[in-house]
Design a binder for this molecule. Structure first.
Ligand SMILES: *Cc1c(COP(=O)(O)O)cnc(C)c1O
Length: 421
């Protein structure tokens, strides 16, 4: 390949098809840069991004605070290992402790790794309680439709069979509870359980908020035995719902929570936040990571948190998210194919009656240069950057309105043709 000539999308596609393990079914778009809520492809075409790299780019693209943190920190120190001190971890941990309401932080690199660590902490905590004479088992109760990542503990606690079955045997000792079914939780909960595992709002499962009642019963039951309540905030956390963490809408404080996606503005970083009681079970050498909590990732995360705070993005997420849902509900009145609109803050979904239509709408939105995706078969998912404006939302609503109108007309035409024969 000559130096000045760049590969075309078609060439890249062919090269990837030959060179990569085929884990992804990518959309045919080649992005080269981003600005605010827009991504820009190789032809200079702008796309409105309402997915933000699956909830990662909370401050949008090319945010000056992120750029500054990367430039300044990369000139000083990118990596040291966890054998030595650097200035970032304590400073970032303090910010996370203040915002989670928990006591201590462990830094990992990704969501699944934070979740994996949280599972280990729960088993270690139960082991510590047993050594102190308490009766508590090693079983996990996870939720139907949950998603916690791709490593072994994470897939074992993820509900969808297709993520687990090809890789069996996965981690044993997991039972699934029907989502938001308090009676099922009460039946399955016992002294055998070391932790109840929930997302405050299920993300991949279709933007489904945990009910207040379920959250509170889970909190009460776990308190009776010493089991932990572990809340996965990897998608809902860090301000997306208008509060720092989704569980703060549910008036509960978990024993453990996991944070990742938007934490360091696109630089990989995950974190576990837990109580002093949980941390009592962990001793030097029991758990660790080479990269986790490195100087660069910590510096960027500090900048992200400060920008969310300084730009008032929690209040903004709540206001714009409310406006978005209201506009979607107005669409629902005119388009019967929208079954339900739900979400909190800027974690928003419109569920359709048909999975074929949902896939089609995502495709048509991409043709109109608006990025959304479809999760849980029928659910249109919106995870825009927190800096999204009313005008951006309006653009998406107009596009959806036009697409749904076209699809209705086409369906009627197809139906009409059939009737005429
Ligand atoms: C994305 C996600 C994960 C996994 O995070 P990775 O960084 O992809 O490993 C875990 N839990 C939830 C709720 C998620 O949305």
């Amino acid at each position: 390949m000559s130096e000045e000539r760049k590969s075309s999308l078609e060439e890249l596609r062919a090269a990837e098809a030959r060179l990569l393990v085929p884990t992804y079914d990518r959309n045919a778009v080649l992005f080269e840069r981003g600005e605010g809520v827009h991504l820009i492809d190789e032809h200079g075409e702008r796309y409105l991004d309402l997915l933000s790299g699956i909830g990662v780019n909370a401050l949008g693209y090319a945010h000056p605070a992120i750029e500054r943190a990367i430039v300044e920190q990369s000139r000083k120190l990118i990596h040291t290992s966890n054998l030595y001190f650097h200035r970032g971890q304590a400073e970032l941990a303090l910010r996370l402790v203040e915002r989670t309401g928990l006591d201590r932080i462990f830094f990992a690199n990704t969501g699944t790794e934070a979740w994996e660590g949280a599972l280990k902490f729960a088993r270690a905590h139960a082991g510590m309680l047993r050594s102190e004479g308490m009766r508590i088992g090693t079983k996990f109760l996870a939720m139907e439709h949950s998603f916690h990542g791709r490593t072994y503990g994470s897939v074992a606690t993820t509900h969808k069979l297709k993520y687990r079955e090809p890789f069996e045997p996965v981690m044993p000792g997991v039972e699934f509870v029907r989502f938001n079914d308090v009676a099922d939780l009460r039946t399955k909960f016992s002294e055998d359980v070391c932790a109840v595992l929930v997302e405050s709002i299920q993300g991949e499962g279709g933007i489904r908020p945990l009910s207040l009642e379920f959250a509170q019963v889970a909190r009460e039951l776990t308190r009776t035995t010493g089991a932990l309540l572990v809340v996965d905030e990897i998608q809902a956390g860090m301000g997306r719902t208008g509060k720092w963490f989704g569980y703060q809408h549910l008036s509960i404080l978990p024993d453990v929570t996991t944070i990742a996606k938007p934490l360091a503005g696109g630089i990989p970083l995950g974190a576990i936040a837990c109580t002093d009681e949980v941390a009592r079970a962990i001793h030097p050498g029991m758990h660790g990571t080479t990269f986790g909590g490195g100087p660069l990732a910590c510096a960027v995360a500090i900048a992200v948190i400060d920008a969310i705070e300084n730009e008032g993005l929690l209040a903004h997420a709540l206001e714009i998210g409310g406006y978005f849902q209201q506009r979607l509900r107005e669409l629902q009145k005119r388009h019967t194919m929208i079954a339900e609109v739900r979400g909190i803050g800027l974690m928003v979904a419109a569920e359709l009656h048909s999975s074929t239509l949902a896939r089609q709408v995502v495709k048509r939105m991409l043709e109109r240069r608006i990025l959304i995706n479809c999760t849980s078969d029928t659910v249109l998912r919106f995870l825009p950057p927190l800096v999204v404006t009313k005008a951006d939302i309006e653009e998406a609503i107009q596009a959806l309105d036009a697409i749904l109108t076209e699809e209705t007309a086409e369906a009627q035409l197809a139906g009409g043709n059939k009737d005429g024969q």
